[in-house]
Design a protein around this ligand. Structure first.
Ligand code: COA
Length: 163
C-alpha cells in the first residue's frame, strides 16, 4: 500500500479564512506575480489581501475552492464575474508547480461551476496558464490590452472561452 505522498490526488474544498495566510504567501512569489500580472496579484499588504478575500467569500456570485494535493493546500481556484461575464482564475503555490495540479483542479472546478460560456484571461506571455486553460477545453477568442498592476504597465492579454 502506498503512502499518501505516492497518491498524487487533487481535490477541492471550500476556502476558509484559515487558508488565507498561505494564499497570501503564494501570491508574494515574484515569478508567480509576474505571470499572473492582473488583479490583486502581488499585494504586499495583508489587510488589503484579507479584505479582498473577505469580499470574495461573502459574494454569492463567486465560488472559491481550495486546491488540495494529497490533502495539502496547494492553491486555489475561483469563479467571479469579470466584465459582466462568468470567469475563472487560479493560483498554485510555486512548490507545487509542474505536477498537473492546476489542470486537474480547474477540470474538477468546471464540474462544480457549470455555467457556460465561461471565460478566462491571461497575460499573453503566461504560457503555463494558457496551457492549463486549453487542456480544460478553453479556446482563444481574442486579445486585449489591460493594466497589469503587478507590472505597472498596460500589457497584452489573451481572452479564452469555454462553451
Ligand atoms: C500557471 C499555473 C496555474 C500552472 O500551474 P501547474 O499546476 O504548474 O500547471 P500544470 O502542471 O497543470 O501544467 C499544465 C500545462 O502547462 C504547462 N506549464 C505550466 N507552467 C508552465 C510554464 N511556466 N511555462 C510553460 N508551460 C507551463 C505544463 O508543462 C503543462 O503542459 P503539458 O501538459 O503540455 O506538459 C501556476 O504556474 C501558477 O499558479 N502561476 C501563478 C498564478 C497564475 O499565473 N495564475 C493564472 C492567472 S491567469
Amino acid at each position: 500500500m502506498g503512502t499518501i505522498e505516492d497518491q498524487d490526488v487533487v481535490t477541492l474544498r471550500d476556502v476558509t479564512v484559515d487558508d488565507l495566510p498561505l494564499f497570501f504567501q503564494h501570491q508574494l512569489d515574484p515569478e508567480a506575480v509576474w505571470m499572473a500580472a492582473f488583479g490583486v496579484a502581488g499585494v504586499r499588504d495583508w489587510d488589503e489581501f484579507a479584505a479582498h478575500w473577505a469580499r470574495s467569500l461573502s459574494d454569492n456570485t463567486r465560488v472559491a475552492k481550495a486546491v488540495l494535493w494529497n490533502g495539502q493546500v496547494a492553491g486555489n481556484v475561483s469563479s467571479f464575474v469579470l466584465f459582466g461575464d462568468p470567469a475563472v482564475g487560479y493560483w498554485i503555490g510555486r512548490e507545487y508547480w509542474g505536477k498537473g495540479i492546476a489542470t486537474r483542479a480547474l477540470a474538477a472546478f468546471l464540474e462544480v461551476v457549470t455555467v457556460r460560456p465561461i471565460y478566462a484571461r491571461a497575460a499573453m506571455d503566461n504560457i503555463g496558464s494558457r496551457r492549463v486553460l486549453e487542456k480544460c477545453g478553453f479556446v482563444v477568442i481574442g486579445e486585449d490590452v489591460g493594466y497589469a498592476r503587478a507590472r505597472g504597465a498596460e500589457i497584452d492579454e489573451v481572452v479564452l472561452r469555454l462553451d
